[in-house]
Design a protein around this ligand. Structure first.
Ligand code: NAD
Length: 254
């Protein structure tokens, strides 16, 4: 892949080491690609095995690690891999996520709520819990959490998903307030409909309705989200912390 390297212009993430979860597919792959393009070295984390293919394509600046973000021991070892393979940790993108069953709250299976919350909510907490000490050791850094526009508006039939994404927004703000004075910035990206495995697995009437109601009239792309992640991970966003930034084609304006 032509990553545009070799030019004289320094990338916006030159010298940075990033861990990106859910990098085997969709938005996470888009983030990993944009990060490498901007000069970062990336640990591509996923549970699926697809991260191996992504790392092979991106070359020596990308290292694949298998981990389940809902398990503390896995999260610790994916973060250790950044230090053992690339020497340090500067950026964490807590991006891995699942959509889960579709059912209204009064019928939602208890175990499914725990499963979705375990990955989308607790997984983000665990990432921050174990990354922050490493970022502090390194003098600071940035965290970019993937929430969703579902942190701000309801999607009937997705109570666990919406609750977990709302939790990500508040975990983001809390950690931002706690660590601002120690040079760690924490922000969340809130995507609208982005064409990925997740949108392809949703009931067509649900996702097509969302795209139709999006003023820009189309799906967003993982690359567009990756570019926002570059901005939030880099010094270009140096006065932004604790924010939840929509990238939704205008869906939530109406
Ligand atoms: P995707 O399914 O293409 O990618 C998600 C990746 O996360 C997959 O590769 C999957 O294997 C991985 N993953 C799932 N559970 C994991 C676990 N326990 N440990 C490690 N990896 C795990 O979907 P996507 O749309 O790229 O989703 C990425 C993030 O974006 C998710 O947090 C999702 O909720 C969020 N998001 C997506 C959209 C959208 O429209 N696609 C909108 C808003 C938010």
């Amino acid at each position: 892949m032509d990553l545009g390297k070799g030019s004289d212009v320094a990338g916006r993430l030159e010298g940075k080491v990033a861990v990106v979860t859910g990098a085997g597919s969709g938005i996470g792959t888009g983030i990993a690609e944009e990060f490498v393009k901007e000069g970062a070295r990336v640990v591509a984390v996923d549970i699926s095995g697809q991260q191996e293919e992504v790392a092979k394509r991106l070359g020596s600046d990308c290292y694949a690690v298998h981990a389940d973000v809902s398990r503390g021991a896995d999260v610790r070892s994916m973060l250790d891999a950044a230090v053992s393979h690339f020497g340090k940790l500067d950026v964490l993108c807590n991006n891995a996520g699942i959509d889960g069953a579709v059912a209204h709250t009064g019928e939602y299976p208890e175990e499914e709520f725990d499963r979705v919350f375990g990955v989308n909510g607790r997984g983000v907490f665990l990432g921050m819990r174990y990354a922050i000490p490493k970022l502090l050791e390194n003098g600071g850094g940035t965290i970019v959490n993937t929430a969703s526009m579902a942190a701000m508006v309801a999607f009937p039939g997705m109570p666990a998903y919406c609750a977990a994404k709302g939790a990500v927004a508040m975990l983001t703000k809390t950690a931002a307030a706690e660590y601002a004075s120690r040079n760690i910035r924490v922000n969340a990206i809130c995507p609208g409909p982005i064409r990925t495995q997740i949108t392809d697995s949703l009931p067509p009437e649900l996702i097509e309705g969302v795209v139709r109601a999006t003023p820009l009239g189309r799906y967003g792309t993982p690359t567009e989200v990756g570019r926002l992640a570059v901005f939030l991970a880099s010094d270009e966003s140096s006065f932004i912390t604790g924010d939840t930034i929509l990238i939704d084609g205008g869906y939530t304006t109406l």
